[in-house]
Design a protein around this ligand. Structure first.
Ligand code: SF4
Ligand code: SF4
Length: 288
């Protein structure tokens, strides 16, 4: 309901070129399957240690060596307490399309399929193939992207994508690069290439009090919005520390930071100021 128009099926691709310190889906950063561990559910029975073919787990101290783990999932199957799980699986395009087809009766209000991630363009061939199949089936298509992809891909995507949800995570070049690894100038180049070809774009903007919930960001966002002709709206996404526990389960605790969750009033105030600048704004699921 929140990833493009109408009711949609969302396919999450694993793998992302960025490493945002506030990442909401850290389990999609790496392309490979990953083991996740919830320490409070573990009763230290040792079953996972005994079955692991690569000696990746120890009980004393309780540890999983991510370098040794080959993600075979044997420990997941044997754990009676659901302390272990696997994130990600290899799926054929055919299976994905079959799943999408099953949802066709539910695609109300211009709904369809959204390819998200991670960064969907990282698995470019699979992305193109799914989009082509969806188009042939007459299903509306949408991609959710951080805009970090080669500009040569733009022409390939244009006939296949109906709606683009593009992240503008920050408008300060240095700060964006430091916190995510993304280049603002490259993102702007991609945005303008798509906009020049009349692509339908929504800009998705996370708001984090310690980073960008300020006047300077508001002015720069307004400027970006006004420099483009085909942006439907700016959608504000208040930061939520949802990704932190997942980072911990993946053994990636140090790659995320616990920021402050903005107050609803702060977000609405930011939204109203954008609106006063004649920017079309959406937040908390509806237009302001
Ligand atoms: S099998 Fe499960 S409960 Fe037993 S030690 Fe391993 S993770 Fe903990
Ligand atoms: S997924 Fe396989 S290799 Fe990794 S810890 Fe579990 S049993 Fe060992």
């Amino acid at each position: 309901m929140h990833d493009g128009p109408g009711v949609r099926t969302v396919v999450f691709f694993k793998g992302c070129p960025l490493k945002c310190l506030w990442c909401h889906n850290p389990e999609t950063q790496k392309t490979n399957r990953q083991i996740m561990f919830i320490e409070k559910k573990c009763i230290k029975c040792g079953a996972c240690v005994n079955i692991c073919p690569n000696k990746a787990q120890t009980i004393n101290p309780r540890n999983i060596s991510r370098d040794l783990c080959i993600s075979c999932a044997k420990c997941v199957e044997i754990c009676q307490n659901e302390a272990l799980s696997i994130s990600g699986k290899e799926v054929s395009i055919e299976d994905i399309i079959n799943d999408i087809k099953k949802d066709i009766p539910f695609y109300l209000n211009n709904g369809g399929v959204t390819i998200s991630g991670g960064e969907p363009t990282l698995q470019k061939d699979a992305l193109i193939e799914i989009l082509k199949e969806a188009k042939q089936l007459g299903i509306s298509t949408c991609i959710e992207t951080c805009g970090v992809f080669n500009e040569s891909l733009v022409d390939e995507l244009l006939p296949l994508v109906d709606t683009y949800l593009i992240d503008v995570k920050d408008t300060d070049e240095d700060r964006l690069y430091k916190n995510t690894g993304a280049s603002l100038s490259h993102l702007l180049k991609i945005l303008h290439l798509l906009d020049d070809k009349k692509a339908k774009i929504t800009l998705r903007c996370i708001l984090i009090p310690e980073i960008n919930l300020n006047e300077k960001h508001l002015i720069k966002l307004t400027k970006i919005y006004k420099s483009l002709n085909n942006v439907e709206c700016i959608e504000l996404l208040p930061y939520h520390p949802y990704g932190l526990s997942k980072s911990e389960q993946l053994g990636l605790k140090d790659s995320s930071i616990a920021y402050t969750k903005p107050e609803r009033e702060e977000v609405l105030d930011f939204a109203n100021k954008l609106k006063n600048n004649n920017v079309k704004v959406k937040c908390f699921g509806s237009e302001i």
